[in-house]
Design a protein around this ligand. Structure first.
Ligand SMILES: [Zn+2]
Length: 495
């Protein structure tokens, strides 16, 4: 590779010819590089799962159309990740006029300072190189963002010093958007932006003209504008000025994972589970499913505010906390191997309650109780997936005949397993989960606890803080549940 050109003259004689690059906009650059990637069969958004047939094709269309676009979705739907991923469709480096605040294209400088430099220095005008990660600017919209922040301000001191008129471009102190020139500018939560800033954005997109403190300023910026918004905020009347909406080429809706498996792969990718510990901590598949199912349950629950959604960060941080709870038990009980249990999911409630907003009815119950109910429902659903055809009547009967089991919070796996083995007909069902009698006590006791929790979730047995697991109060037998045709066996005494 020959060294990168350092002057405008060298640039002209290099592969970055004036013919090829003078008029090449950011949006054409993205388009070209996207097409090349697709022709090579390269992955377009590595690390983004579940969008291959829905969101990604729409983004591809938007880029091919050279559109500014907006992602509409609830929180935790990988919107920011996608927008940052757009960076990979930029050239590795682009030439700019050295020291220009707005990264002027050497062949086509916008700012007056650069135009004057090129006029006086010609081919010896110095060139600098800008890498991809310096070409992406992100801003969270809030109502207090000003025109000065976003677009710029006239600086009277600069004007006085240079002897310029106030509306002279040389007196402008550039805001974020001009500084994103020749790159991608992402604005998160667009509806939170004040109306007059939206007007400013629109003017830039439309004409390249904008007014700063009443002075007309010409800024024909070369930038891809991308936005995110909550769909309801975006469609609410009066939140977005119509001409701006009109200039956004595509509205693309994101979504939560459509299946538990998809959710689990996102959670597995994003959570910190490979820990630098001398203890071996294992999280069984059914626990991962329960954690994911909690998020699915929460997204469906009427008591949880659907407008704000339930972020994928809920299962991610819950899984991390489940692991930590198991790790804590290992340290306290001096076990070298530890396997996460359903009780660890309950212990992870502090990483759930901040991740959903409650409706009035939910508020009355409190986030903690709602979280408990969500876990219980998630356990029930996961249990049904594994044990649909299994008859647990003998286990239920053991409790009905007076059996009780209390699991101390930090019981070691072998102590717990010894207790669980006393429950008739329980351990043999671990085979359904692929677990054998010779497997580690931690593996067996976690699985057995899952079964008891599943039975409790389906109201076949009872559980309380004080007593642990015990029989469900006798009611009319529920017709859905298979009963032994021979009726109840003779009563036996257990201790
Ligand atoms: Zn410049």
């Amino acid at each position: 590779m020959s060294p990168m050109p350092k002057t405008l003259g060298e640039l002209r004689r290099s592969q970055w010819t004036e013919e090829k690059f003078a008029a090449r906009t950011v949006r054409s650059e993205l388009r070209e590089n996207l097409i090349r990637k697709m022709e090579e069969g390269a992955p377009l958004f590595p690390g983004v799962h579940g969008y291959d047939d829905t969101v990604v094709p729409q983004i591809v269309n938007a880029i091919l159309s050279r559109h500014h676009f907006i992602l509409l979705g609830l929180r935790g739907q990988a919107k920011s990740r996608i927008l940052r991923g757009l960076m990979t469709f930029l050239d590795p480096q682009v030439p700019v006029i050295e020291a220009c605040e707005i990264h002027d294209n050497p062949y086509h400088p916008l700012c007056r300072a650069c135009r004057e430099r090129v006029a006086s220095h010609g081919d010896s005008t110095p060139i600098a190189w800008l890498s991809r990660d310096h070409r992406y600017v992100e801003k969270l919209a809030t109502p207090d963002v000003t025109i000065a922040d976003m677009i710029g301000d006239v600086d009277p001191i600069k004007a006085a010093r240079g002897g310029h008129h106030l509306s002279d471009e040389l007196t402008i102190h550039y805001g974020l958007l001009p500084r994103a020139n020749r790159g991608i500018f992402a604005i998160n939560e667009l509806p939170d932006l004040a109306g007059k800033i939206q007007v400013g954005l629109f003017n830039i997109m439309q004409e390249g003209d904008v007014q700063i403190k009443g002075y007309p300023v010409r800024l024909a910026l070369d930038v891809l504008l991308v936005f995110t918004a909550n769909p309801e905020d975006y469609t609410a009347r009066g939140k977005i000025i119509t001409p701006l909406k009109d200039r956004i080429g595509s509205e693309i809706r994101t979504h939560y994972p459509s299946s538990i498996q998809e959710g689990m792969s996102i959670t597995a990718q994003e959570s910190w589970t490979e820990r630098d510990s001398k203890r071996r901590v294992h999280v069984p598949g059914y626990i991962r499913e329960i954690v994911e199912e909690v998020a699915f349950q929460a997204r469906e629950d009427k008591r949880v505010d659907r407008r704000s959604g339930v972020s994928q960060r809920l299962p991610i941080s819950t899984l991390e906390n489940v692991l930590s709870s198991a790790e804590q038990r290992a340290i306290r009980s001096r076990d070298s191997t530890v396997v996460a249990r359903v009780s660890d999911v309950y212990a992870a409630i502090p990483s759930m309650t901040g991740k959903f907003e409650l409706e009035y009815e939910g508020e009355m119950k409190g986030a903690d109780s709602i979280a408990r109910e969500l876990i219980r429902a998630a356990v029930g659903k996961t249990f049904s997936r594994y044990f649909a055809d299994v008859n647990f009547q003998p286990v239920v009967q053991w409790f009905e005949l007076g059996g009780e089991l209390k699991v101390p919070a930090h019981a070691s796996s072998s102590d717990l397993l010894a207790q669980l083995k006393k429950i008739q007909g329980l351990i043999e069902h671990l085979e359904t989960l692929g677990i054998r009698q010779k497997d580690d006590a931690a593996v067996q006791s976690s699985a057995a606890e899952f079964i008891l929790e599943g039975l409790w979730a389906h109201k076949r047995i009872n559980r309380s803080e004080e007593r642990g697991y015990f029989a469900e109060a006798r009611k009319q037998p529920e017709p859905r549940e298979p009963r032994e045709p021979s009726g109840r066996p003779p009563r036996r005494q257990f201790n």
